[in-house]
Design a protein around this ligand. Structure first.
Ligand SMILES: *Cc1c(COP(=O)(O)O)cnc(C)c1O
Length: 378
């Protein structure tokens, strides 16, 4: 068997058909009719009134932060263990990310450490759901209410996931999605902001398109960017969205298979299958090396590659990012769980196109690599 890539998307639905329609009609830009249709259908899956499609998930976060008026001197609370898109969206606006450690069980921000970090400058909490299980939604929303803070919900990895039966992406004042190819729904590159607030929605529309003034074209009152989303992307997105339920079932079946077959390997902490609030949707199948294992995730990644298996290490913490250290941020801060996850966590091939045969191969590869590592430690 050839090299097993860490992710391969599944594009065998109506993607070609809708893309052909774009070519045949000449609608390929952001003005095409699929864009609105995709915005409506995607926002409807999470019960939101408005969806604003943008060029990627990072852009969605930037638009969300700017739309809320977060700027110079403001603070936004977020997990240190996340993708840098979250922190960059905040620091680009001149605001400061304020970091929180993560739980070792669900890899999400620890809600019980948030309150101590709230100051008079805190404007918002960025609630990020990571790797397949929702963050501690109720606790975070209660804090936001108590201190009158906005909630930006990053649901980039959460298409189709629910928390106590309600869709992820429905909890923030403003919530965001990504459609990168390793997400459950992909458009190649792409993202969306969703909200129920009409004014916020209108601001997001302005921000994604250079803040053109409505009355006079080519006159602008604000700095933003071109974050437009094309009809070609929307064509792929519509085809993908038709299969959301199927994709979630596939991911859950994949998670179940991996867990059943990796469970007996010593030294591996596998993702939890369910919490009281949600069943895991396995954005990717993540694994954390247990305390007794001396090797780190980079070593495992290298050994897996030798077996022909693609893998990725987990995110690197925000407080350990050279760029933020250079800016004078986060000196002396430490978040032990997040640091542990960043050094010991990795994920194995779990794209939607993964076959049963490939999964069997991955399982035997992981077994072999763990044996090698155990022998080296003895
Ligand atoms: C993928 C991802 C993003 C960024 O999305 P892009 O489309 O790659 O810009 C943001 N947040 C989280 C949690 C993600 O997983």
């Amino acid at each position: 068997m050839g090299f097993i890539p860490v992710n391969e998307p599944l594009l065998d639905g109506n993607e070609k058909k809708y893309l052909n329609e774009c070519i045949d009609t000449g609608w390929i830009s952001s003005e095409g009719p699929f864009v609105k249709e995709f915005e409506q259908k995607m926002s409807a899956t999470v019960n939101r009134k408005y969806g604003i499609a943008v060029s990627n998930g990072t852009a969605a976060l930037e638009v969300a932060v700017q739309a809320l008026g977060i700027g110079e001197g403001d603070e936004v609370i977020m997990p240190t263990f996340t993708i840098i898109s979250c922190a960059m969206a905040v620091s680009k606006m001149g605001a400061v990310p304020v970091l929180i450690d993560s739980g070792l069980h669900n890899w999400n921000m620890k809600a019980d450490e948030i309150e101590a970090k709230i100051t008079s400058r805190t404007k918002a909490i960025m609630m990020v759901h990571l790797y397949g299980l929702p963050a501690e939604v109720d606790e975070i929303l209660a804090l936001a209410k108590k201190y009158n803070l906005k909630v930006i919900e990053d649901a980039a990895e959460m298409h189709g996931q629910t928390y106590k039966g309600r869709p992820c992406g429905s909890f923030g004042d403003i919530s965001t999605f990504s459609f990168y190819p390793n997400k459950h729904i992909t458009t190649g590159e792409g993202g969306m902001v969703v909200t129920d607030d009409e004014e916020l929605a209108q601001r997001c529309c302005m921000l994604r398109n250079l803040c053109f003034r409505k009355d006079v074209r080519y006159v602008h009152d604000e700095i933003s960017d071109n974050y437009r989303f094309t009809n070609l992307q929307a064509a792929v997105g519509l085809a993908q969205l038709e299969r959301l339920d199927e994709f979630i079932s596939r991911k859950r079946a994949m998670g179940k298979y991996y867990t059943e077959n990796l469970r007996d390997i010593e030294g591996l902490a596998l993702p939890i299958e369910k919490t009281d609030e949600a069943d895991n949707i396995y954005w990717v199948y993540g694994i954390v090396l247990e305390e007794g294992i001396q090797a780190d995730n980079k070593t495992v990644q290298k050994l897996l590659a030798q077996e022909g298996i693609g893998s990725r290490t987990f995110f690197w913490c925000m407080h350990e990012q050279p760029v933020y250290r250079k800016m004078g941020l986060f000196h002396g801060e430490s978040y032990p769980n997040a640091e542990y996850l960043a050094r010991k966590g990795f994920y194995i091939p779990s794209g939607l196109a993964l076959t049963r045969e490939q999964m069997e191969c991955v399982v035997s590869g992981v077994k072999k690599v763990m044996k090698q590592i155990q022998n080296e430690t003895r």
